[in-house]
Write a protein that binds this ligand. Sequence first.
Ligand SMILES: [Zn+2]
Length: 79
Amino acid sequence: MSCLICGEPALAIDADDDYLERTCPKCGRYQITGAALVLMKAHGWYFNVELTHKWIEEHQGTGTIPTIDSHQAPRLVDV
Ligand SMILES: [Zn+2]
């Protein structure tokens, strides 16, 4: 599986249909909701790697895995 943010090979843990989880050597561990992926696909959006890395870093270590949902996704893309 490849990383949904940077495209590098990443460890995939697809727990269920509601979200995807990846552990990427560059991006770290994160989750993306199915709704966010559908939204991004519908708009043809791609993650801004730098912006997304920063966001994941800020949300790591809080006890929960950083999760990009459909509210967060539009803030992390190249428009
Ligand atoms: Zn990555």
